[in-house]
Design a protein around this ligand. Structure first.
Ligand code: PMP
Length: 390
């Protein structure tokens, strides 16, 4: 039997062979003309993927949490007020991070699987003078997708900077930075951007860069300071080598390959494919009789699905059996419901066949746990939902 499983967790995901080949190529100097070209091109392509033609991209070695730090450290000064639209684990993280830089943080929470309404957000914005609002576009701990477009409109009305944690969304979930008026969007390489873990990616729009330039106090994080990175990004984009801290050379090569593939597919087609995969996955989950964490279908993200275990089945029973049948899925993450649900990632290069294999493995796992259902119903529902979408 082949020792091969599908990695279908909400990051890291399965990567394309050309991206992995770039990772495995001999490492070049960070000053090599070929690398300078790849880095410059990757910066230009990031603007296109984030749909932010007038934004300033940053590519820095680190994970998604560093991308959050790049936003918090550079935009918060001690005493600033921040509103966190909190839909789970990563909202808590953003709040804690902003407090570390001296912000007074207000969390606007919803019950697990829910989403604060725009009316509640507007009431909070009216009630205090915030410099910045953050939102987790897709909270990976709940599978809830926020209404970034609606929040951006409110941010503009109340003159607040909007920072979007797009770690589980960018290049999968629809996100239009300039058109919607998002000030900062950030992500990491290992999810829908489709590059192994190790890069923090951020695009800052003009209002965010202006807020950074108007700072009165030094940035309280040396490595994350945009003042250190901006000249480097500008130099590479002008195809001049430059140095502040050694870039993750192979990852940047791989990033440029992946961004090229993403743009070749096209952002609209990519958003549509993620929506289609998501509908197929959720149809399968419903057909198998499983509930989901998001409280309403319209709250459910398109990059992942968060099904609840059926009665009598635990993660310790199910997930190893699904893995034995060929697909690695993730357990729960949200502390309040950790043992009650699991997570399926379907982002990046995922194809219908990957999803059908995953649903098949899930069915095999459920059957092995003694759960009663109509065998094949999940796969059939996924295919039917896919077909309906043309
Ligand atoms: N935000 C969200 C929404 C995430 O899903 C994650 C990672 N799962 C992070 C932030 C943190 O990213 P990293 O683990 O790469 O530091």
């Amino acid at each position: 039997m082949k020792d091969r499983t599908l990695l279908m967790i909400p990051g890291p995901i399965e990567f394309e062979p050309a991206v992995l080949a770039a990772m495995g190529a001999p490492t070049t100097s960070h000053l090599d003309p070929g690398f300078v070209e790849a880095f410059g091109q990757a910066l230009e392509r990031l603007r296109q993927v984030f749909l932010c033609p007038d934004g300033q991209p940053f590519i820095v070695a680190g994970s998604g949490t560093l991308a959050m730090d790049l936003a918090g450290a550079n935009l918060i000064e001690p005493g600033d007020r921040a509103l966190v639209i909190n839909t789970g684990f990563f909202g808590d993280r953003f709040g804690a991070l902003l407090e570390r830089y001296g912000a007074g943080v207000t969390h606007l929470r919803a019950p697990v699987g829910g989403l604060p309404t725009l009316e509640e957000v507007e009431r909070a914005l009216k009630g205090a003078s915030f410099k910045l609002m953050t939102v987790t576009h897709v909270d990976t701990s709940t599978g809830v997708v926020a209404d970034v477009k609606g929040l951006a409109a409110l941010a503009r009305r109340y003159d607040v900077l909007l920072v979007v944690d797009g770690v589980c969304s960018v290049a999968g979930e629809e996100l239009r930075m300039t058109e919607w008026g998002v000030d900062v969007a950030l992500t990491a390489s290992q999810k829908a951007i489709s590059v192994p873990p190790g890069l923090a990616l951020l695009v800052a729009g003009p209002r965010a860069m202006e807020a950074f330039r108007r700072r009165k106090t030094p940035v309280a994080n040396y490595y994350a300071d945009w003042g250190n990175w901006l000249p480097i990004m500008e130099a590479y984009e002008a195809r001049r080598p430059s140095y502040f801290a050694t870039p993750a050379v192979n990852l940047v090569w791989a990033l440029n390959v992946s961004l090229g593939q993403i743009l070749e597919e096209g952002m609209e087609a990519r958003f549509a494919r993620h929506r289609a995969l998501s509908r197929a996955c959720k149809a399968a989950i419903a057909a198998l009789g499983l509930e989901q964490v998001p409280l309403k279908p319209e709250y459910a993200a398109h990059t992942m699905t968060a099904p609840r275990y059926p009665a009598g089945v635990t993660g310790a029973d199910l997930l190893p059996r699904v893995k034995a049948a060929g697909a690695v899925l993730a357990g729960g993450l949200h502390p309040e419901i950790k043992a009650e649900y699991f997570r399926i990632g379907h982002m990046g290069p995922t194809k219908l066949g990957d999803l059908l294999a995953t649903i098949g493995a899930l069915e095999a796992g459920l059957a092995a746990c003694g759960y009663t259902f109509e065998k094949g119903a999940g796969v059939a529902a996924a295919m039917a939902a896919w077909d309906e979408q043309g």
